[in-house]
Design a protein around this ligand. Structure first.
Ligand code: EPU
Length: 316
């Protein structure tokens, strides 16, 4: 048995070393990196190889390395809409958190912001406020990155990410970068299929001229609404997409499932579409609770709920 396991163990470390030798020293590469702490849900296993590329060239190298070694890869955003299974993620997990990818450059006279794919939405909203750019207020409380928000066409309080995009900078899986006007890419409710096969490395966001005071007021309103209706405990945001018939949160409430527990996972009392975790929860707990909600919604109301959270990784 050991003879079978050992080469496998080596391969992960060897691949991490081999990849490291191809990237600039500023890039971070780690083997067997725990990922739970990199998600807002705080559950799930480790990445075989974890990479924070420092530059677009290093990101392209990482993709080429993955292709050459037949390794799967996954681009992590801020981990706020993500459930990683307990067995962790095979292959390479890429995080665009280095300064090149999290930059926000403001072109105030054009009401534009040039953002890296890893920039935090909260920082984007604050930069917009400081520079009198209106229209980004709804981004304030979305706990995600620009790239993640593009991938999911994230939204809140009447606004959605694609409403504020002017142009997109993306990398294809062969490592080629291109920039296109937003009209070239289709997005719909909580979905942008294009970014299943391309990586959002940046975007130019565009708002309108606004008064700092009124922008601040709208941001405070969004924040107030959020904190009065959504839980503060660790979660992945809304667990299910809203079906057309009824908002998922109201449905779960009507099914009297608030407070239902599986292990360390619980349906939030504050909002029925949130599953919150305590420090003891596993990914399996969350998945079982989601399955239970889906079963009840189908059996009692004939409604098929669809996960809104991205689920990746392997079972233990
Ligand atoms: N409701 C209940 N009980 C609950 C929760 C909600 O009756 O436990 C009712 C509310 O009273 C309201 C309706 O359901 O009448 C909708 O609820 P809410 O206004 O909280 O919005 P939502 O549809 O549940 C959506 C997004 C959220 C986003 C908010 C605010 C989806 C799946 N969810 O939630 O996004 O923050 O609107 O705009 O589209 C996310 O994507 O992770 C997320 C949290």
């Amino acid at each position: 048995m050991i003879a079978v396991l050992e080469p496998e163990m080596d391969t992960v470390e060897q691949n991490a070393e081999a990849l490291k030798s191809r990237l600039t020293p500023a890039s971070v590469i780690r083997a067997r990196e725990p990922l739970a702490k990199r998600t807002t849900l705080r559950v799930g296993g480790a990445a075989d190889i974890y990479v924070e590329p420092a530059t677009e060239a290093d990101l392209a190298q990482t993709l080429r390395f993955a292709a050459e070694h037949s390794l799967a890869f996954f681009v992590l955003g801020r981990g706020s809409n993500l459930l990683i299974r307990d067995g962790g993620v095979r292959g390479i997990v890429i995080s665009l958190t280095q300064p090149h990818f999290s930059r926000i450059e403001v072109v105030a006279r054009e009401h534009k912001m040039v953002c890296g794919g890893g920039a935090k939405l909260k920082d984007v909203a604050n930069a917009a406020k400081r520079n009198g750019i209106a229209g980004m207020e709804f981004l304030e409380g979305i706990p995600g990155s620009v790239g993640g928000a593009l991938r999911m066409n994230a939204g809140a309080y009447g606004g959605a990410m694609f409403d504020v995009v002017d142009s997109l900078r993306f990398m294809d899986f062969a490592g080629n970068v291109q920039e296109v006007p937003v009209e070239r890419v289709q997005a719909s409710y909580r979905s942008c299929p294009f970014f299943k096969t391309h990586i959002a490395v940046g975007a130019v966001l565009k708002g309108q001229a606004g008064q700092r005071d009124s922008i601040e007021k709208r941001m405070a309103e969004c924040s107030q609404k959020r904190w009065s209706s959504q839980p503060k405990a660790p979660s992945a945001g809304c667990a299910f997409k809203n079906p057309s018939a009824i908002p998922a949160g109201r449905l779960v409430e009507e099914l009297k499932l608030k407070g239902t527990r599986v292990g360390g996972a619980m349906v939030s009392f504050e909002h029925g579409n949130f599953i919150v975790t305590d420090g003891t929860a596993t990914a399996a707990d969350v998945l079982r609770l989601m399955a239970l909600i889906k079963e009840r919604a189908l059996a009692e109301r004939g409604i098929t709920l669809e996960s809104e959270v991205q689920i990746i990784g392997s079972d233990e």
